[in-house]
Design a protein around this ligand. Sequence first.
Ligand SMILES: Nc1ncnc2c1ncn2[C@@H]1O[C@H](COP(=O)(O)OP(=O)(O)O)[C@@H](O)[C@H]1O
Ligand SMILES: [Mg+2]
Length: 223
Amino acid sequence: MEVIIKAENLVKVYRSEGDEVVALKGVNLELTAGEFSLLMGASGSGKSTLLHILGTLDRPTEGRVLYRGRDLFALPEGELAKFRNRKVGFVFQFHYLINELTLLENVMAPLLVGGFPRDEAAVRAEEVLKRVGLGHRLSHRPFEVSGGEKQRTAVARALVTEPEVVLADEPTGNLDSQTARSVVELMRELNRELGTTFLIATHNSELESFADKVYFIKDGVIL
Ligand SMILES: Nc1ncnc2c1ncn2[C@@H]1O[C@H](COP(=O)(O)OP(=O)(O)O)[C@@H](O)[C@H]1O
Ligand SMILES: [Mg+2]
């Protein structure tokens, strides 16, 4: 099986006014193309820090992230931004949908950023929204739909660019347990259909049954 993302000895130190927090203490991790895995650990264990670094939203203090063997943080900023837009999809606990835009426009946004023509972006975004069961909500705005529908929209937005990897940071943290299950089930189905690699940070152990692998993180170390 092909390794898609390899983290080597990731250390992350947050420094502020003489204070230091070592959030990651030498994390090694290999994600195989197409795997659907969970990252589990208590609050403050380093899950968000690790996902942000794997997705190149933040830089490690030490260590490397290899993407299909390419050292990401050695790339110039422009190349890194392109990588982030094309290859990685993000889903967060707070959906970060834009309230002024319709669901369709929210899902189109990453394509427009990536330089797609508007009409083509609209067609693609509609397809993906239909796939996540929201074909009847295209012109609704985020505040007009339920929490589960907002997270389905966030999943659609993450997938619309056909990324190779989706990193999800407590995507079900604000949902009741049945809705949480249905959102993770949806991600699992999309993983099987599209072959997209998923890494999902959660502390909901009910979700373990969906995963190929579960990584446990404690105090900045993968156990
Ligand atoms: N921007 C930051 N500045 C300082 N400390 C931070 C920052 N972000 C996270 N931390 C600290 O790093 C540790 C890991 O945090 P985080 O990665 O958010 O954990 P988790 O997502 O598992 O709750 C915690 O001790 C947290 O307080
Ligand atoms: Mg977190």
